[in-house]
Design a binder for this molecule. Structure first.
Ligand code: Z5A
Length: 229
């Protein structure tokens, strides 16, 4: 049976959200999922570190300041161990059944946190990425760009209103280095976007949440030829 071209369901895509702390990734992932579902598509919402049962266990360890690794190499290996399982158990099976996978952080976070800002050799990270991620690269990465002062203030406000388990990377390793480190993160993400403009789209995360959600939806629907609503 053949379908007419306007009834064909678009192939599932792998879309990641990246950016510094408090830039609104989780908020925008949720908005995009609502839009895609309203367009009749099946969506898998996931996150890193985490996503699969094993990776969520590792997340609890990685984000626990009492046991977490402190060297960028040990951190990167931990994130990639979690990622390998997440890809096997959640991401690849979802894509194989034509689902849209929206992931809150992915490998660009390792490139930037442990690489650009943490000092880990990019070639070593590239080798790990080839081994673990291989061809399952995101079709599109939404980079939410924001002054770290604003992002950190937003994240602090959210922490005051919700108990966030394990804040190791913020409270200890990262927040300790504070603004200068977060500025390096922002620069690292922007440099990455410049080097891969076909994959990474930059959005101004200072904008109103709903305005930003509209902008992202317009970009996604144009990019993947979905009927914009
Ligand atoms: N990490 C790493 O080092 N290497 C890796 O490979 C990976 C991760 C995968 C994971 O933390 C940590 O792991 C992270 C990077 C590191 N460490 N740090 N820092 P996480 O998953 O627990 O948290 P996060 O990824 O950093 O996200 P976040 O800080 O929770 O923020 P967000 O998801 O970007 O933002 P949000 O939760 O959607 O919004 C934050 C608040 O701002 C909230 O109250 C919202 O209501 C509000 N908000 C959202 N949008 C707006 C707008 N547009 N205007 C105003 N207010 C807004």
């Amino acid at each position: 049976m053949t379908e007419s071209s306007d009834t064909v369901t678009p192939r599932g895509q792998f879309i990641t959200f990246e950016g510094g702390e408090g830039t609104g990734k989780s908020t925008q992932v949720a908005h995009l999922a609502v839009r895609l579902r309203a367009a009749g598509l099946t969506v898998t919402l996931t996150r890193e570190p985490g996503g699969s049962a094993f990776a969520e266990r590792l997340r609890a360890i990685i984000l626990d300041q009492t046991v977490a690794p402190t060297s960028p190499l040990a951190q990167a290996l931990s994130f990639y161990a979690a990622r390998a399982d997440h890809l096997d158990v959640i991401i690849r099976p979802a894509l194989a059944t034509n689902q849209w996978v929206l992931c809150d952080r992915f490998a660009d976070s390792t490139r930037v946190y442990q690489g650009a800002a943490g000092g880990l050799d990019q070639a070593a990270l590239g080798a790990l990425d080839t081994l673990v991620v291989g061809d399952t690269q995101p079709a599109l990465t939404i980079l939410l760009d924001l002054d770290p002062k604003v992002g950190l203030a937003r994240a602090d406000r959210r922490r005051q209103t919700a108990a966030t388990p394990g804040a190791f990377l913020r409270a200890d390793t990262f927040e300790g280095r504070h603004l200068e480190f977060h500025q390096r993160l922002r620069d690292g993400f922007l440099a990455l976007a410049k080097s891969e403009p076909h994959r990474i789209a930059i959005f101004d995360a200072f904008q109103n949440e709903l305005v930003l959600a509209d902008q992202i939806w317009r970009h996604v629907s144009a990019r993947f030829r979905l009927a914009a609503s």
